[in-house]
Design a protein around this ligand. Structure first.
Ligand SMILES: Cc1cc2nc3c(=O)[nH]c(=O)nc-3n(C[C@H](O)[C@H](O)[C@H](O)COP(=O)(O)OP(=O)(O)OC[C@H]3O[C@@H](n4cnc5c(N)ncnc54)[C@H](O)[C@@H]3O)c2cc1C
Length: 370
């Protein structure tokens, strides 16, 4: 293609996984990251719980000090009403990697973006579509922003796995789990004014199973709280709650574990996001063509029950960087083996977790998963 700009690696998708990989590959390699969005999304992003083990990965990105100064909230204990009717506590102090954080997710992504740009990554935003061809050891991308080429192409497009699909790879994505969520303010909406109440001291992660699915709530930085209900997208209740924030909150407050921390919160807009496991079998990677990789959600999108998506985005980027640095021809097998092990371990734990609430065994949501 005339006028093609050459790179060593082209990464499609500027989420946490793509930005982390780009940063790790610089300064040795010429890296292009292509992003579909022209500017950051206006809807507040969901996914805020980061385990303490991520500190090592942030250190590799030379971001730990910046991250620690950014005002993310330290996680407290996790308390769940799951297998039985009584709350079960798991204290954060028992995690050898440290308690982890509740993120200001937008701030977290801005930090990764700034780091990638400082490292010298070429970031081109507003690139909605790329025509792809593999020829003579190179991937050729024809885009509205110009033609590019590189021997290595990485799918970091998130749970859609857009690039892999475009190259004909099959995904396993048959779980209809939908996450309904709302960001709530610590205050009450009174005649158009939001009276800010003092920031809640509660730091617990609360998880509650019921007949239609499971709830999750955690406090966020700046006095916000997120409340999420994970249920099947084809459950008629789901559509009803999506349109009625008051009913959504009232239903959460039926559970004592949640009611304790939802007192006085203003009803807010409810949003919905697909949240079921979606994965590319690692064997598929070689079918796309030589020099192709998938990382983050594009490889394995976790059920939010695992709270592992961001960790996996950074960890798979770290492993992919190692594989690319030592020559993808020789190292692809090792990357596949590592990611296969991650997938198998995750699927085993997920199945075991959904076996827990046997008291709802007759309900469609749980039958589907047990
Ligand atoms: C309801 C819900 C709750 C969650 N909660 C948590 C949590 O508590 N903790 C946690 O760790 N994780 C959580 N996650 C998961 C976490 O958000 C993801 O795992 C993480 O964002 C994955 O990062 P990524 O970079 O792989 O993908 P993404 O963050 O999805 O980024 C993909 C990027 O690619 C871009 N893109 C897509 N298609 C194209 C294209 N064709 N061309 C160019 N660019 C493209 C997108 O615009 C985006 O910028 C949750 C997810 C959901 C759905």
């Amino acid at each position: 293609m005339a006028g093609e700009r050459p790179f060593d690696v082209v990464i499609v998708g500027a989420g946490p996984a793509g930005l982390a990989l780009g940063t790790l590959l610089r300064p040795q390699r010429r890296v292009l990251v292509l992003e579909r969005r022209a500017r950051p999304a206006t809807a507040p992003p969901i996914g805020e719980s980061l385990p303490g083990a991520a500190a090592v990965l942030l250190q590799r990105l030379e971001l730990l000090a910046t991250f620690q100064d950014a005002g993310h909230r330290e996680r407290g204990a996790a308390v769940s009403v799951w297998d039985g009717d009584s709350p079960v506590w798991r204290d954060a102090i028992r995690d050898p990697a440290g308690p982890g954080w509740y993120l200001d997710r937008r701030g977290f992504e801005q930090m990764l973006r700034r780091r990638a740009l400082d490292a010298g990554v070429t970031l081109r935003e507003g690139c909605k579509q790329a025509d792809l061809r593999h020829r003579q050891g190179q991937w050729h991308l024809d885009t509205a922003l110009g033609p590019f080429r590189a021997p290595v192409l990485v799918d970091a497009t998130g749970r859609s796995g857009h690039l892999g699909r475009q190259l004909g790879l099959r995904r396993r994505a048959d779980d209809p789990l939908l996450c309904l969520y709302s960001f709530l303010n610590q205050g009450i909406l009174d005649q158009g004014f939001l009276d800010q109440a003092p920031e809640s001291q509660d730091r617990t992660m609360r998880i509650q199973a019921d007949a239609h699915g499971w709830w999750y709530t955690v406090p966020l930085p700046q006095g916000q709280r997120v409340l999420a209900y994970h249920m099947d997208g084809d459950d008629p209740l789901c559509r009803r709650l999506l349109r009625r924030p008051e009913a959504f909150l009232a239903r959460a407050r039926d559970h004592a574990l949640l009611a304790e921390v939802l007192e006085g919160l203003a009803p807010a807009r409810i949003r919905g996001r697909p949240a079921g496991t979606s994965l590319l079998e690692v064997e598929q990677l070689t079918k796309a063509g030589p020099g192709f990789l998938a990382i983050g959600d594009a490889l394995l999108a976790f059920d939010p029950l695992a709270s592992q998506g961001l960790f996996h985005a950074l960890a798979s980027a770290t492993s992919a960087a190692k594989a690319i640095e030592s020559g993808l021809h020789q190292s692809l097998g090792a990357y596949q083996q590592e990611m296969r092990a991650v997938t198998q371990r995750y699927l085993w734990h997920l199945k075991a977790s959904y076996q827990g609430p046997r008291r709802f065994g007759q309900a469609a949501f749980w039958q589907r998963r047990q």
